[in-house]
Design a protein around this ligand. Structure first.
Ligand code: LLP
Length: 405
C-alpha cells in the first residue's frame, strides 16, 4: 500500500498551519525512489531528481539523504542543489536556450552539463576542448507526453539538437576535440507507454558507434503517475527489464557497457503532495453549484494551463451525501479547478484537498492579484514541519523600488 496521509492528518495539519497550504510527505518520496531502484536493480542506472517539479531546499535535502541525485534546469537550481548539500558530481544541469555564461558557471561549479544547441556546443569546445566531459541533448523526433505543452521530443520542438543534425555535432566534436560522455533525450512529461522510451533508445543506439568516449545514455524524465483513482502510471518495472535487455544487446554488439540515467520529477514528488484549501462561498446558479475556494490558478495552475485533472476530496466531511460542484478559485478571471465534480456535500468553511499536488504545484505558483503564495509543510518522521512560511505584504513589496518623487 502506498504511504498516504489520512483525511484526519491533513485536517489537523491544515488547522495548525492555515490554508491554502501545500503538504508534502517525505516517506512517500522515499517509497517512489525505492520503487525505481528496485525496478532498475539489474542495470547500471542513476536517478537525478528533476527539481523543477519542487525545489524547496528541505525536499532537496531529503532526496539527497535517501541517495538520489539531482537534475537542474537553471543555474539557480544548480545553486540550490549545492546549497542543499549535493556534491557537484551528483548534480546535472540540462539546459535549454541558455546564455553560455551559465554553462561556464556550471563548469566552474563542477557539475555535469547537457548542452542542447550546436551554437553553445561550439563555444564549449572553444573554451574547454577535451578538458571537461559534456552531454549532448538530442531531439529524437518522437511525439510523446500528456499534452502538446509538455511534449518536448517531437520534430517541431525547440528542445535539443535535432537528430538529423548529428553531422554538425560530429564535426564540432572532431574540430574541438570534445569529450562527449553523454547522450540525452527527454521526449515529454506523462509518458505511460514503455515503448516510447524504447524508441528513444533505438534512436540513440544508432549513433553511438560515432562517439568512442560515450559512457551514458540519459533518457530524461517523464514517467506518468496516476491522477484518477484506479488509473495506471508508467510500468517502471517493465521499463527496467526493457532497459536491461536493450543495454545487454548493445554491450554484446559493440563491446561497450553503457550506463543509463533518468531524470524523474513527477514520479518522485507528485503523489507525495497535497494542496489544502477552504471553501469561502457556495453560489447556486441555475443547475450549477459553484464552490469558491480561498485559492486559484495563482496557486495551482495545472488545471487551467494543461486541463489537468486533480482528484479532490472534502476532508471536513468525507462521508457526506454526494453532490455535484464546479470548484472554482478567487482570482479575477475564470479559474476553474474542476467542473461537474461529485463530492460529499460541501458547506462554507469546509476544507478540500487536491491530490497529486507535489509536482509543479507550488513551483508554478505566483503572486497574481497580489495574493500571498501558500505556505509549505513537510511531514517527515511523523512530524509536520513548516518549510516555507506564508508570504506577507512586505514580501510582495520586497523587490519593488518605490520612487520618492
Ligand atoms: N528532464 C527534463 C529535461 C525536463 O524538461 C523535465 C520536465 C523532466 C526531466 C522531468 O519531467 P517529469 O518526470 O516531471 O515529467 N509543468 C508541467 C510539466 C513540465 C515538465 C517540464 N520538463 C506539468 O505540470 O505537467
Amino acid at each position: 500500500m502506498p504511504q498516504v496521509l489520512s483525511h484526519q492528518q491533513l485536517l489537523e495539519i491544515a488547522n495548525e498551519f492555515g490554508t491554502p497550504l501545500y503538504i508534502y510527505h517525505a516517506e512517500r518520496i522515499t517509497e517512489q525512489y525505492h520503487r525505481l531502484q528496485e525496478a532498475f536493480k539489474d542495470t547500471d542506472a542513476t536517478f537525478f531528481y528533476a527539481c523543477k517539479a519542487l525545489t524547496n531546499v528541505n525536499v532537496l535535502k531529503h532526496l539527497k539523504h535517501i541517495g538520489c541525485n539531482i537534475d537542474c534546469s537553471s543555474i539557480n537550481e544548480v545553486r540550490l542543489a549545492l546549497l542543499a548539500g549535493f556534491e557537484p558530481e551528483r548534480v546535472l544541469y540540462t539546459s535549454n536556450n541558455i546564455a553560455f555564461s551559465e554553462i561556464e558557471e556550471a563548469v566552474s561549479l563542477g557539475v555535469h552539463v547537457n548542452i542542447d544547441s550546436v551554437s553553445n556546443l561550439q563555444k564549449f569546445g572553444e573554451r574547454y576542448g577535451h578538458s571537461y566531459p559534456v552531454g549532448i541533448r538530442l531531439r529524437p523526433n518522437i511525439m510523446a507526453g500528456g499534452n502538446l505543452k509538455i511534449s518536448t521530443g517531437h520534430n517541431k520542438s525547440k528542445f535539443g539538437i535535432p537528430v538529423e543534425d548529428i553531422d554538425q555535432v560530429l564535426s564540432v566534436m572532431k574540430e574541438k576535440n570534445l569529450h562527449v560522455r553523454t547522450f540525452h533525450i527527454h521526449t515529454g512529461s506523462e509518458i505511460k507507454d514503455v515503448e516510447v522510451f524504447a524508441r528513444g533508445m533505438e534512436v540513440l543506439f544508432d549513433l553511438i558507434r560515432h562517439f568512442p568516449e560515450l559512457e551514458v545514455i540519459d533518457l530524461g524524465g517523464g514517467f506518468k503517475v496516476p491522477y484518477t483513482p484506479g488509473e495506471e502510471g508508467t510500468d517502471v518495472e517493465r521499463l527496467g527489464k526493457r532497459v536491461k535487455e536493450e543495454f545487454d544487446t548493445i554491450a554484446k554488439k559493440y563491446g561497450r557497457r553503457l550506463k543509463v540515467w533518468f531524470e524523474p520529477g513527477k514520479f518522485l514528488v507528485s503523489e507525495a503532495g497535497y494542496f489544502v484549501v477552504q471553501v469561502n462561498v457556495l453560489k447556486q446558479s441555475g443547475d450549477i453549484c459553484f464552490a469558491g475556494v480561498n485559492s486559484g490558478l495563482n496557486h495551482l495552475i495545472r488545471p487551467m494551463f494543461y486541463g489537468s485533472y486533480h482528484h479532490i476530496q472534502n476532508i471536513s466531511d468525507p462521508g457526506g451525501k454526494p453532490e455535484t460542484y464546479h470548484i472554482v478559485g478567487n482570482v479575477c478571471e475564470t479559474d476553474t479547478f474542476a467542473e461537474d465534480r461529485v463530492l460529499p456535500k460541501i458547506k462554507e468553511g469546509d476544507f478540500l484537498v487536491f491530490y497529486n499536488a507535489g509536482a509543479y504545484g507550488f513551483e508554478m505558483a505566483s503572486n497574481y492579484n497580489s495574493r500571498f503564495k501558500p505556505a509549505e509543510v513537510l511531514v517527515i518522521n511523523n512530524k509536520a514541519r513548516l518549510i516555507r512560511r506564508r508570504d506577507t505584504l512586505e514580501d510582495i513589496l520586497a523587490t519593488q523600488v518605490i520612487l520618492k518623487d
